[in-house]
Design a protein around this ligand. Structure first.
Ligand SMILES: [Zn+2]
Length: 105
């Protein structure tokens, strides 16, 4: 009985943490949605940029609408990666240009 009580208390503390985090995000302009996390079933937040966020898992959640193919989600994620990669690449090219100019002068 005592052990069970201890476990319960720990879970409560964890919940408190995520509720506080959620409250912070709401204050920062995120909105509470009627969607729930597929992993932990807690309500999801919609961030200012439209991202769905689980405050409990601290993870981005991608909702697949009925009839929508998984492939679309995968390609959206691939696009994101590609964008990150191209940003990194253009930074690299910028730096290369700077080095070239430095060598010329
Ligand atoms: Zn979750």
């Amino acid at each position: 009985m005592r052990i069970y009580f201890g476990v319960l208390k720990m879970a409560e503390k964890k919940d408190e943490k995520y509720i506080k985090r959620m409250a912070d995000m709401l204050r920062q302009g995120s909105a509470l949605t009627d969607l729930s996390c597929p992993v932990c079933a807690s309500p999801l937040l919609r961030l200012k940029d439209g991202t769905l966020w689980c405050a409990k898992d601290e993870k981005k959640v991608i909702v697949v609408k009925e009839g929508e193919e998984q492939a679309k989600v995968t390609s959206a994620m691939a696009m994101e990666e590609l964008q990150k990669l191209s940003t990194a690449l253009s930074d690299l090219l910028d730096n290369l240009e700077k080095i070239k100019k430095m060598k010329k002068s």
